[in-house]
Design a protein around this ligand. Structure first.
Ligand SMILES: Nc1ncnc2c1ncn2[C@@H]1O[C@H](COP(=O)(O)OP(=O)(O)OP(=O)(O)O)[C@@H](O)[C@H]1O
Ligand SMILES: [Mg+2]
Length: 243
């Protein structure tokens, strides 16, 4: 499923957070979206996910216009957002948190079946479905947030900083799970990350957002050059220098 965000503008009062941001994915790849703090990465993801209404621009799925659709409609169309900061309900069990990710129109039998399937895919969490989610480690909670996103059987997952609050040793584990979702389940991924090396290693393609605009979209490898990356992050579009 092809997702295209075209020339999006989003305002929060006098803050002009997105200034003509464009991003697209074929829904088969892992696309890393990186950029400095406050660049608008979450705003772009949340706008695609229907949480914010762009003042102009367009979001389409396979050419079908979903700009300004409500979050439920976007989920129904196959795109699910896993927001920054996980947003689990700590006093609720893992199972109850997962139930919240299901379509509202699903029967409880269908929901239980889906949870059973995810419990097989993620056995470490599967063994902990009935404990409070606050009792899990940061890494385990992040997996639960991923699983909750998977409850709605998305074609494309939007992941906002899955490595945040996760012990460094566990970040690689989260990366493996994201790759598995993409390679084995065929789910397209847009991955927003502050952890740039982690994101570039995982990505098939990368995009850089600075000051509300995407100024690079292409292969991740060139961005391993620290100077080039810095120029994109802080200096606008680099002029092509002689190599
Ligand atoms: N709900 C909001 N109300 C007002 N301003 C907001 C809101 N959300 C974001 N902003 C502002 O919009 C700009 C972009 O913020 P955004 O959270 O999208 O950046 P980000 O790239 O995700 O940053 P970070 O890396 O810190 O997560 C910032 O100036 C931020 O202060
Ligand atoms: Mg953010």
């Amino acid at each position: 499923m092809r997702l295209e965000a075209e020339n999006l503008h989003v305002h929060f009062g006098h803050v002009h957070a997105l200034r003509g941001a464009s991003l697209s994915t074929d829904g088969r790849e892992i696309l890393a979206l990186i950029g400095p703090n406050g660049a608008g990465k979450s705003t772009l993801l949340n706008s695609i996910g229907g949480l914010y209404k762009p003042s102009s621009g367009k979001v389409t799925l396979d050419g079908h216009d979903i700009t300004g659709a409500n979050p439920r409609a976007v989920v129904d169309a196959g795109v699910t957002l896993v927001p920054q900061g996980r947003r689990l309900f700590g006093s609720m069990s893992v199972r109850e948190n997962l139930e919240l990710g299901a379509f509202t129109n699903k029967s409880s039998a269908d929901i239980a079946k889906r949870i059973g399937r995810l419990a097989e895919l993620f056995p470490e969490i599967g063994a902990r479905l009935d404990i409070r989610s606050s009792a899990l480690s940061g890494g385990q909670q992040q997996i639960v947030a991923l699983m909750r996103g998977l409850m709605s059987d998305p074609k494309i997952l939007l992941l906002d900083e899955p490595s945040i609050g996760v012990a460094p040793m566990i970040v690689q584990r989260i990366g493996q799970e994201i790759r598995r979702l993409n390679r084995e389940l065929g789910i397209g991924i847009i991955l927003v990350e502050q952890n740039v090396p982690f994101a570039l290693k995982l990505a098939d393609r990368a995009a850089i957002l600075t000051q509300g605009r995407v100024n690079y979209a292409g292969p991740p490898e060139p961005l391993n050059d620290h100077d080039l990356l810095t120029q994109y992050f802080f200096g606008g579009r680099p002029t092509h220098s002689a190599a």
